[in-house]
Write a protein that binds this ligand. Structure first.
Ligand SMILES: [Zn+2]
Length: 124
């Protein structure tokens, strides 16, 4: 063999290896997939069952550009200490805001009384 398989081809082979031939019920293998054409965004492969030789014709697979690795977003102004302290918390979403809103609303109009008095609060 000695063929070079790009990550795109390997992904296609991996996908088809999990599928079975409709005719002999054998799983496809890497021999079942023949690369016909590969371009930046499209890969054309020919699918033939290695076991019963049934030809499935060609498959055109559109490739998405590889996603950029996800970088955790650090809000501006955070110190290293903030990051260490807060980075593992999930970002809040609309539901969290509504839950907090409902919670505060249920405390009543004088919810401020639940807060420690300003002179007891620790300096941040
Ligand atoms: Zn087959």
């Amino acid at each position: 063999m000695g063929e070079f398989f790009s990550p795109a081809i390997l992904a296609i082979i991996h996908y088809f290896k999990q599928k079975k031939c409709n005719f002999c019920n054998e799983n496809f293998d890497s021999e079942s997939i023949k690369l016909l054409k590969q371009e930046a965004k499209v890969v054309v492969v020919q699918i033939t069952c290695t076991c019963c030789k049934h030809s499935y014709g060609t498959a055109v697979v559109a490739m998405n550009p590889s996603p950029t690795p996800e970088k955790p977003e650090i809000p501006q102004g955070w110190t290293k200490k903030d990051i260490k302290r807060l980075a593992n918390f999930k970002a809040i979403n609309e539901d969290d805001v509504l839950t907090a809103y409902k919670f505060i609303k249920e405390l009543g109009n004088d919810w401020v009384k639940y807060l420690p008095s300003p002179n007891k609060r620790k300096a941040i």
